[in-house]
Design a protein around this ligand. Structure first.
Ligand SMILES: [Zn+2]
Length: 208
């Protein structure tokens, strides 16, 4: 278990609850609720855990801004922990169909299972609290994608334009995950929040 994982275990474990477009009940998006026709993972839909209605990927556009973070554990009373899976990626980014496709590929080729677990289910949470030193975070070999997004936000906050530009360049060359997650977070942070302002400003410096 990494240090961040251990700290998350002691936190209040906040999850992002979103409303169903049909019954308006709130739920946390979970991979087992995806359904797709045999051989057609790209057509995956989400089945509401409350009313059983099918939710289509494009409906996330309505759901995500109406969601809310809720604590799901008592924790140690001082650590706020946030977890988000890629099922929350905004429309136009990583879709439910792509998640289902990765799952099917992992069934055929077990060596891809870890890729599925990392990109679809995990690797997308961190802790709020004191801002970590960006350089240490970035240099840490096990830094998650979210750690790296936060490191970029700290560079943006510190006005370190050159360092930010070179980081964004290497991140976008490395994989689409970084921008995917940064955009997902931008959609989830409240409109007037400092986090959203930093993310959006940081995304403007990203090469396209
Ligand atoms: Zn429902």
């Amino acid at each position: 278990m990494s240090r961040i994982e251990a700290a998350y275990e002691e936190s209040d474990k906040r999850l992002y609850f979103v409303p169903c477009p049909t019954c308006r009940e709130f739920q946390v998006l979970k991979f087992p609720q995806l359904r797709w026709p045999k051989g057609g993972p790209e057509e995956a839909v989400y089945v509401c855990a409350h009313c059983g209605q099918e939710i289509h990927n494009h409906q996330k556009q309505w759901m995500l801004p109406r969601g809310a973070w809720r604590a799901t554990a008592k924790g140690d009373g001082k650590t706020a922990g946030f977890h988000l899976s890629s099922l929350y990626s905004p429309v136009g980014w990583f879709s439910w169909g792509e998640a289902a496709m990765q799952f099917e590929q992992a069934q055929k080729n077990p060596s891809l299972l870890q890729v599925f677990v990392n990109t679809v289910l995990g690797d997308t949470w961190t802790l709020l609290g004191e801002a970590p030193d960006w350089k240490k975070l970035y240099d840490r070999r096990e830094a998650t994608t979210l750690d790296r997004v936060h490191a970029a936000m700290l560079l943006q906050a510190g006005g370190r334009a050159n360092a930010l530009r070179s980081m964004l360049k290497s991140e976008t060359e490395r994989s689409p995950d970084f921008l995917r997650l940064a955009n997902a977070l931008s959609a989830l942070y409240p409109k007037e929040s400092e986090e959203k302002r930093l993310l959006d400003a940081m995304l403007l410096s990203a090469p396209r």
